[in-house]
Write a new protein. Structure first.
Length: 244
């Protein structure tokens, strides 16, 4: 798919993968995940927005690749700020709030209002809270499912298994190492979210990230699944900057 000059490419450079979202005006027309720029797929966007939680060296390499391929396209790197798009950052040092969390908070409040709880379940599971006035109240970060499992393997000598050994269904008592680890990590994540829901069940819940749908379905939490939150937040921030 090739884009024309009215398109915007949002790059969400996360801890484990890079996600690319192509907007035509305000409409998302394509989304994909890969480590390098796909020049044919993104076409010639009029602007590019980069939101990254990676190291500066990795960002520099990606920006160099973009500059070499699309030398006439401006790139805007977004960062967490004290205030943007009607949302206020709770952190004493605003820039220390992960930009992925910040953009998710902005998009959730702009799209769904408040009070709202945003759950992003990827490499880490993050939960953020925004009140009815758009004030980010703070949030939590815990290891994601794969990260919990890999830490057990990395820090022990005999916890070893193949993925094919997983046979237990959700809710069953595990009877193998593979199931004990995988189901145990799942139960930890579910317990974390269930406790938060017990205290903040009156807010609207929005979920994003690779594992969010599974977690919410198991808990039967009434929520809206929105896989584009970070990209939408980046687009809101860019639009506000262009208006200024």
């Amino acid at each position: 798919m090739c884009a024309n000059k009215s398109s915007t490419l949002v790059i969400d450079a996360g801890n484990t993968r890079i996600k690319w979202t192509l907007f035509q005006g305000d409409v998302i027309v394509d989304k994909w995940a890969q480590d390098t720029l796909d020049a044919c797929r993104c076409g010639a966007p009029s602007q590019i927005v980069l939101a990254s939680v990676r190291a500066a060296e990795a960002d520099a390499s990606l920006l160099a690749e973009i500059q070499a391929t699309l030398p006439d396209t401006s790139v805007t790197s977004v960062r967490s700020e004290r205030q943007a798009c009607g949302v206020w950052n709770s952190y004493v040092e605003p820039h220390r709030l992960g930009v992925d969390r910040w953009l998710g908070v902005i998009a959730a409040f702009k799209e769904y209002g408040g009070p709202v709880v945003i759950v992003d379940a990827g490499t880490a599971i993050k939960a953020d809270f925004v009140d009815a006035k758009g004030v980010h109240l703070g949030g939590y970060i815990v290891p994601g499912l794969e990260l919990m499992a890999s830490s057990l393997i990395d820090k022990t000598a005999k916890i070893r298994y193949q993925e094919s050994e997983q046979t237990a269904q959700i809710g069953e008592i595990p009877h193998s190492t593979a199931d004990a680890v995988q189901q145990g990590c799942l139960e930890m994540a579910l317990g974390f979210l269930q406790r938060l829901h017990g205290k903040h069940g009156d807010a609207r819940w929005i979920a994003t990230g690779g594992s969010s749908q599974t977690l919410m379905e198991v808990l039967a939490i009434d929520c809206c699944l929105d896989e584009h939150l970070v990209a939408k937040g980046a687009k809101y921030v860019l639009d506000e900057a262009l208006e200024r």
